[in-house]
Design a binder for this molecule. Structure first.
Ligand code: PGA
Length: 258
């Protein structure tokens, strides 16, 4: 049954429950086949849910083959801000579109922490994704030190503002914002629903001020089947970005059903 939340219209993207798996650098052809088959076989039991998996680049063709013809979307975990050219090791948004990607993550904290993604670079990647017709899922989130220093609001707003100012340069297409507190990613320590909601409300207010109040807002960071429903019940949490738990089909599908 679709609840009232699934009816919230968002420009051209419905603010229906969106649950996106982020496989990170995990997987292998055999394990992926099992996982993708389970997801492909179950989406019909999840009406009112939009489900997608963001897989490593080499597995995009496998995800496409397994998921095409279903309502489950697929996508990548990063994208170049450039269209083409001498950028060894990079993958363009146009290339992702050729493999049927619907989504792509931009600015995941692991890219920011380990690979030098800057606020401005994340904005540029988000715009590049939109220009190729993809739905970027731009990620923001504070570290534990920033939270303990009372800097959560300023940090996530600074990260969001960089995306908003890049979007103001011209692109106006559906996109998604994900709040992922760095201290909750892969640590088993989830933000309490009220803690997450507080940040989501801050982000929603900034989006509203930019005329984008209905951009779907996902929460990510140690979401599991056991805590998903409480998080998703919050007024400004429209779904989840799921890391570790998305590698287990039963767990991922239980989160999607929450
Ligand atoms: P986690 O990761 O669910 O394993 O905490 C979330 C993410 O990094 O997207």
């Amino acid at each position: 049954m679709e609840g009232p939340d699934s009816q919230r219209q968002v420009g051209s993207l419905m603010r229906k429950r969106l649950v996106v798996g982020n496989w990170k650098m995990n997987g292998g052809l055999a394990a992926n086949a099992t996982l993708l088959a389970a997801v492909a076989g179950s989406w019909k039991q999840l009406p009112g849910r939009e489900i997608a998996v963001c897989v490593p680049y080499p597995y995009l063709a496998q995800a496409q083959a397994a998921l095409q013809g279903t309502a489950v979307g697929w996508g990548a975990q990063d994208v170049s801000e450039h269209v083409s050219g001498a950028y060894t090791g990079e993958v363009s948004a146009g290339m992702l579109a050729e493999f049927g990607c619907r989504y792509v993550l931009t600015g995941h904290s692991e890219r920011r922490q380990h690979f030098g993604d800057t606020d401005a670079g994340v904005g540029a990647k988000t715009v590049a994704a939109m220009r190729a017709g993809l739905i970027p899922i731009a990620c923001v989130g504070e570290t534990l030190a920033e939270r303990d220093g009372g800097m959560t609001g300023p940090v996530v707003l600074r990260q969001l503002d960089a995306v908003l100012s890049a979007l103001a340069q011209g692109a106006a297409a559906p996109w998604v914002l994900a709040y992922e507190p760095v201290w909750a990613i892969g640590t088993g320590r989830t933000a309490a629903p009220s803690e997450a909601q507080e940040v989501h409300a801050t982000l929603r207010a900034r989006l509203a001020a930019a005329g984008m109040k209905d951009v779907p807002l996902l929460y990510g960071g140690s979401v599991k089947a056991g805590n998903a429903a409480a998080l998703f019940a919050m007024a400004d949490i429209d779904g989840g970005l799921i890391g570790g738990a998305s590698l287990d089909a039963a767990e991922f599908l239980a989160i999607a059903a929450a």
